[in-house]
Design a protein. Structure first.
Length: 622
């Protein structure tokens, strides 16, 4: 894998690095481009990587001991990322995410590491800046950045990330200062007192350092001397918390710079375009006058803005602020947008990672991350790295797919209401309701029997892309009539639809006439309708331990689970998990020429588990 090479920043010469104890490593003639938050010192969010227009699956996952809000930095095949568990991790990005080392820093890490010339720099929540050897995590030096000013911690989620420019690092801190620090020795070159906490990451140009403060100001300093050039007051600078019982003052988000324009958003509900040279306002815009504007990215004259409660990503003209398009997310966007080629990536509080066509503002694909996502995604080669408060980092295989943008994916979850006491009930303890709620929470539309028929008929007659997850582990009888390949269920699959069963295959059940109650397990319908041949019950019955296959792990399954209703591996197109006897308990079977697929997975019958792996597998490659 190639290292990330941020656009617009190339260091000319490599300085001597001071190792622990003051020893010096040999000089290099040419420094590698640094990896840092939002890709470069101008914080544009642009990465030199292929366009991730298609999601192929999960390359690997890594679980930390706490939420991951830190944005990864990838250099020379090593991925560096911090966690709220207080550790900085170095993972082998080329061989399954194997941990190379981790360094316990004694306090949570919500900032993003910066890696340059064999050293990793990162701040921790206790107000320290650390320098570690990229090769093994050995400590080189640390700087105490002081204690936080005041006790206001309202939605205070991030620490400022270090940015490298030339021989120095630039970083803000909770004690109200922005510092320039010699990256060889940790010596403070200059320090500027802003008088208010600085959580934003400084954005650096050739001669200026720009940052936001909790007091609602945007400040520009001379990069070499640290002296103030200008100070811009946002609308929020004149507000207090009591005005709306909300923070409508702070500028927590980091700015982006391109073409002499500083673009930055505030918790006052406005995004601002500020002249870098003078500090004069060029424009300001708002979504609705109330929603926090928290993140920015810029590419070739277009500004991309992430919003809090407005729950949108917005594209605007960098010079005027005029909107070009907006995309509705499922929840608040705190992470910064990331741009690779023709694609914009962003994640939100619903735990969804979105891939959006940056020109049109249309969705290309999405991926569930399992919890609120504060971390900014990163692209390196053909891999997207993303994480959430679940504490899992996902390495996603992606491709720059040619051709037109695919039709929007129609998502449905079938559920007929609570089944407690129903003689048929497969899932107990309201597990079916939990499954339904989980999928509804990520954008699936709940459908009952008649609506399910409508959805399937639409796929059969009009094509497109649709998926049905069966939370209620039963199939309406009308979908299986007649019991052969002309049934609506089979025609839906042949027409390119996707079906996901999460309990034992409900097509292989026998129902009582009139009541519809389950009376037996009968594989006849499964054979006639789906072409599946189940082994005799005495050969396979019970919840045997199942282990994900290599393909299953690539699709997103984790570890082991208990599977029931297994089939011979040869019956499936792709085997996702096998039990102790070599039978397939989770699998995929393809139908027709239009990509239709039946997915059999195994959600526990009696207790709730994380549904994230099942969300991931359900939409794999879709």
């Amino acid at each position: 894998m190639n290292p990330i090479r941020p656009l617009g920043l190339r260091l000319a010469l490599c300085s001597l690095l001071a190792a622990a104890g003051g020893s010096v490593v040999a000089p290099q003639t040419l420094a590698a481009a640094p990896a840092m938050f939002k890709g470069n010192a101008q914080l544009t969010g642009v990465y030199d990587a292929p366009s991730p227009r298609r999601l192929n699956g999960v390359r690997f996952t890594f679980s930390a001991g706490g939420p991951i809000r830190s944005t990864p930095a990838v250099v020379d095949g090593t991925l560096h990322v911090g966690s709220a568990d207080g550790s900085l991790y170095a993972l082998d990005a080329e061989s399954g995410g194997r941990e190379r080392w981790h360094a316990a820093l004694g306090s949570g890490i919500s900032a993003s590491p910066c890696v340059v010339d064999g050293t990793v720099f990162v701040t921790s929540r206790d107000g320290k800046l650390h320098a570690l050897a990229a090769a093994d995590g050995a400590r080189r030096w640390s700087v105490d950045l002081g204690r936080d000013l005041g006790d206001k911690n309202y939605w205070d989620f991030y620490s400022s990330s270090p940015v490298v420019f030339g021989a120095e690092l630039y970083v803000g801190s909770g004690d109200g200062h922005v510092r320039a620090i010699d990256r060889q020795s940790g010596r403070v070159v200059w320090s500027f007192d802003a008088g208010s906490r600085v959580r934003s990451t400084p954005v650096v140009s050739d001669d200026a350092v720009v940052f936001g403060t909790m007091s609602g100001h945007v400040v520009a300093l001379d990069r070499k001397s640290g002296k103030q050039r200008w100070k811009f007051a946002t609308e929020g600078a004149s507000r207090t918390f009591a005005d709306k019982e909300n923070d409508t003052t702070s500028v927590f988000g980091s700015a982006s710079i391109e073409a002499g324009v500083v673009a930055i958003g505030g918790r006052d509900g406005y995004a601002y375009g500020i002249d870098l040279a003078t500090g004069a306002q060029k424009w300001k815009t708002t979504h609705n006058g109330a929603s926090w504007i928290l993140s920015t990215a810029i590419d070739k004259g277009t500004l991309y803005i992430g919003s809090g409660s407005a729950a949108i990503i917005q594209a605007a003209d960098l010079q005027t602020g005029a909107e070009r398009w907006r995309y509705a997310t499922s929840s608040a966007v705190f992470s910064s947008p990331t741009i690779a080629g023709s694609v914009l990536l962003a994640s939100d509080f619903s735990g969804t990672l979105y891939a959006i066509d940056k020109a049109a503002g249309t969705e290309l694909w999405r991926f569930p991350l399992g919890d609120r996502s504060f971390a900014t995604p990163v692209v390196a080669g053909h891999v997207v790295y993303a994480s959430s408060d679940e504490g899992t980092l996902y390495a996603l295989d992606v491709a720059d797919a040619a051709g037109p943008t695919p039709a929007p994916l129609q998502r449905f979850v079938y559920w007929e209401g609570a089944q407690s006491g129903d003689a048929f009930n497969w899932f107990r303890n309201d597990i079916d309701a939990a499954i339904r709620g989980s999928f509804e929470g990520t954008g699936y539309k709940r459908v009952d029997g008649p609506k399910l028929v409508e959805a399937m008929m639409a796929q059969v007659s009009g094509g497109g892309r649709s998926i049905v997850v069966f939370a209620a582990n039963r199939v309406p009888l009308g979908l299986m009539e007649p019991a052969d390949t002309t049934s609506l269920l089979r025609r839906y699959l042949e027409a390119g639809g996707r079906i996901v069963f999460l309990g034992s295959n409900p097509v292989a059940f026998k129902y009582e006439a009139g009541t519809g109650a389950l009376v037996d397990f009968d594989v006849d319908n499964a054979e006639k309708i789906l072409g599946l041949h189940y082994p005799p019950l005495e050969n396979e019955r019970g919840f045997h331990v199942s282990t994900a296959t290599v393909e299953g792990r690539a699709w997103g399954l984790r570890g082991q689970q208990a599977g029931n209703g297994a089939i011979a591996p040869a019956e499936a197109t792709t085997v996702l998990a096998v039990n102790e006897f070599g039978l397939a308990t989770s699998w995929v079977k393809r139908y027709g020429q239009r990509g239709g697929a039946l997915l059999q997975l195994a959600v526990p019958t009696y207790f709730v588990v994380s549904m994230t792996p099942f969300h991931i597998v359900a939409e794999h490659g879709f």
